[in-house]
Each structure stands twice: as structure tokens, then as C-alpha cells.
Design a protein around this ligand. Structure first.
Ligand SMILES: Cc1cc2nc3c(=O)[nH]c(=O)nc-3n(C[C@H](O)[C@H](O)[C@H](O)COP(=O)(O)OP(=O)(O)OC[C@H]3O[C@@H](n4cnc5c(N)ncnc54)[C@H](O)[C@@H]3O)c2cc1C
Length: 336
């Protein structure tokens, strides 16, 4: 177990904020984690589990313990003619895991290429992109419950996945389960989803296989999203809001070009980026934080932003969208 004191989290958050934590604890295996759960000092402090910090906003220094999993690696635990089951350590880099699956010809995650973060968080967040969601391939999640120190293996159904949501994000469960492994079930005979974003156009006349689809997704993402290694950001700051059909019909009279995606007979999803853009907020700055010029759903650190600048800009976006469209935006990013 690695323990650091008065430790900078600069390399542990993609906003690039140089905040400090009183303690940083990294566990190597499940035995380390169990030892942590027996430690009285640990429970006397405030604490928070992080992955790569690509969906977090630290509002300032953290007066407590930041925990990180160093459980890495991928093991094939079962195989049939059509599928493989892979048990991946929670601290495994997500995109390296996707690359490994693609190289081996196992399909299901290729549309989720280049999403920053780790395997553990993929199961918390139900990460999604280009018509795919992690939940479609998650078979089991191995997690420890903080309050009892006991391990529970969650089935996919028990994870209660929905759009960017899971059991682990429910207010009563948030921060209470530490994920150590995720079992993914992948297909040896992949079915490709090419009708999202511009995947089909990017492929042009190339053959369609796992590698070409992954490369197309990477190319599209690189052309649209700022690279957090160069410009601090946490990807989409807000989730796309759901509104009732009556609300949508009312807005459509004023904004006939408003994009929308039916969710069911009563609800539609509206792109938050469109709402923000129509509020004229592209490029808007507060302190060192700015709304990205190309993708208004992304808030960037121009180099000298504080966590508070970013939070203030997010609040200003919410206020403007509410005033113009009567829609409440919810942050996808976790405020710490
Ligand atoms: C440039 C960019 C693009 C992005 N694009 C997308 C996208 O297309 N689709 C998408 O869905 N997301 C996207 N994101 C958001 C982000 O990549 C995901 O939310 C990712 O899953 C976060 O992983 P992480 O390891 O950094 O987790 P963190 O941000 O560190 O943590 C996220 C949450 O997971 C919890 N957590 C992390 N590890 C564990 C664990 N082992 N046990 C228990 N809880 C844990 C944390 O407590 C927190 O609640 C993007 C982010 C960036 C910066």
C-alpha cells in the first residue's frame, strides 16, 4: 500500500488543478483494501475514491484521504464459441483495456475507445459514446461495501444501469462501494454500430473491422474534444437533459431546429451542447475557465483556472439555460 502525505493531485485530475490532499492512499490488492477498512484513523477522516480524476472537479485542497486502486491487469476467466469473459482490475487504464480487446478480436467496447479513465469508474459511470454503453458488456462488478467491509459481486441487473447512471451513483450508495474488478463479456463475432457520429463517413471505403472502427472513433474524438494532456477538461460537463413531450412541443414553436431524441412516449432527450450554444455561451470565460469554442458542453481550464472558477462558470451556464429554455442542467462531473 502506498501512502503519501500533503500530496499534489495535479496528475490525478484532468482539469489540471494543482490541489493537495492531506493523504493519498493507493492499494495494490483486495487484502490492502480490507486492511484499510480495519483502520480506525481512516474512518475518522473524510475520504474519497478516485480513478484518473477525469470526471472530477476539486473545488480546493482536500482535507482528508484520497484513495486510488492500483489493481491492474486483465484475465480471461471463461470462453465459449461466441464469447469471452474478461476480469479486469479496477485500476486498469480504460483505453488500454479497449485496445487489448480490439487486438484480440473481441468486440463490444470499440465505440468506447479513447474515453479517459479506469475500468473501475467505467462500471460506476456507465460510460457511453457513439451509440454504445459499458453496461451492454458488463457481466459482474466486484465491490467492497465500506460500512461492513464485505465483498459483494453485483450482477449486471443489480447495477441498475441507465443513461450515465448506476446503482453506485444513487445518492444513498455514492462513495460507499469500492470496485476492485469488473467482468466484461465480449463477443467473438462483433456486430458493428456505425450510425452514430460520423463513424461510417470516416470509414469511407475501408473494411469494417474492430480496428478500423476503433481508429475511426479515435480520429473523430481527437478532432472534436480537447486533449486533457494539453488543455485541462473533464469531457462533457453536463448530462443531456430529458424533458417531457409537452415541454418539448412548447419549445419547438420558438426553436423549430431544436434537436431531440425520443426516449419513450413521454420523454425526449435534448443535447445540452445545443442549449448552451443557443444561450450564446461558446467561449464565455470566468477567471481561467472557459466554455470550449468547438464543443460547448466542455468547460476548459485555460491554464490558470481554480476549481471555483470552473464551478462558477458551470453555475452561470445552468442559470442561462434555465432562463431561456426552462430546463435544469445536471452536471455529469463530480464536485469534490
Ligand atoms: C476528454 C474527456 C472525454 C470524455 N468522454 C467521455 C465519453 O465519451 N463518455 C463518457 O461516458 N465519459 C466521458 N468522459 C468522462 C470520464 O472519462 C468518465 O466518467 C470516466 O469513467 C472517469 O474515469 P476515472 O477513472 O477518471 O474516474 P474518476 O473521474 O476519478 O471518478 C469518477 C467516479 O467514479 C468513482 N470511482 C472511480 N474509481 C472507482 C473505484 N475503483 N471504486 C469505486 N468508485 C470509483 C469516483 O468516486 C467518482 O464517483 C470524458 C472525460 C474527458 C476528460
Amino acid at each position: 500500500m502506498r501512502i503519501e502525505q500533503n500530496y499534489s493531485l495535479l496528475k490525478h485530475n484532468t482539469f489540471g488543478l494543482d490541489v493537495k490532499t492531506k493523504y493519498f492512499v493507493e492499494y495494490e490488492n483486495e487484502a490492502d483494501l480490507q486492511a484499510l477498512f480495519r483502520d480506525e484513523y481512516f474512518f475518522s477522516q473524510q475520504f474519497w475514491h478516485i480513478g484518473q480524476g477525469s470526471n472530477l472537479l476539486f473545488l480546493g485542497d482536500f482535507d482528508g484521504i484520497i484513495i486510488h486502486s492500483a489493481i491492474q491487469g486483465v484475465e480471461k476467466i471463461k470462453e465459449t464459441a461466441g464469447f469471452v469473459w474478461l476480469k479486469a482490475g479496477a485500476g486498469t487504464d480504460w483505453d488500454s483495456f479497449v485496445a487489448y480487446c480490439v487486438e484480440n478480436g473481441w468486440g463490444g467496447l470499440e465505440n468506447l475507445s479513447l474515453i479517459p479513465g479506469e475500468v473501475g469508474a467505467s462500471a460506476v459511470q456507465n460510460i457511453g459514446a457513439y451509440g454504445a454503453e459499458a453496461a451492454e458488456c458488463i457481466e459482474e462488478v466486484h465491490a467492497y461495501f465500506l460500512e461492513t467491509g464485505e465483498k459483494k459481486i453485483f450482477s449486471n441487473a443489480e447495477c441498475a444501469y441507465s443513461y450515465r447512471h448506476s446503482f453506485f451513483k444513487e445518492p444513498e450508495n455514492k462513495g460507499k462501494y469500492y470496485i476492485t474488478y469488473v467482468v466484461y463479456k465480449l463477443s467473438k463475432k462483433p456486430e458493428f454500430r456505425l450510425d452514430y457520429g460520423n463513424i461510417r463517413e470516416h470509414l469511407a471505403d475501408k473494411p469494417v473491422n474492430l480496428d478500423t472502427v476503433r481508429q475511426a472513433v479515435i480520429a473523430i474524438r481527437e478532432s472534436k474534444l480537447p486533449d486533457p494532456k494539453k488543455t485541462g477538461n473533464a469531457g462533457s460537463f453536463f448530462v443531456n437533459p430529458y424533458i417531457c413531450i409537452a415541454h418539448y412541443e412548447g419549445l419547438k414553436k420558438h426553436y423549430p431546429d431544436m434537436p431531440h431524441y425520443p426516449v419513450n412516449d413521454e420523454v425526449v432527450k435534448v443535447p445540452a451542447a445545443w442549449l448552451i450554444e443557443r444561450c450564446g455561451l461558446k467561449g464565455k470565460t470566468i477567471g481561467g475557465a472557459a466554455v470550449h469554442e468547438k464543443q460547448p458542453l466542455v468547460i476548459i481550464n485555460q491554464g490558470n483556472a481554480t476549481g471555483q472558477d470552473i464551478a462558477d462558470l458551470a453555475a452561470e451556464i445552468c442559470r442561462a439555460v434555465k432562463e431561456k429554455f426552462f430546463i435544469d442542467l445536471s452536471p455529469e462531473v463530480n464536485f469534490i
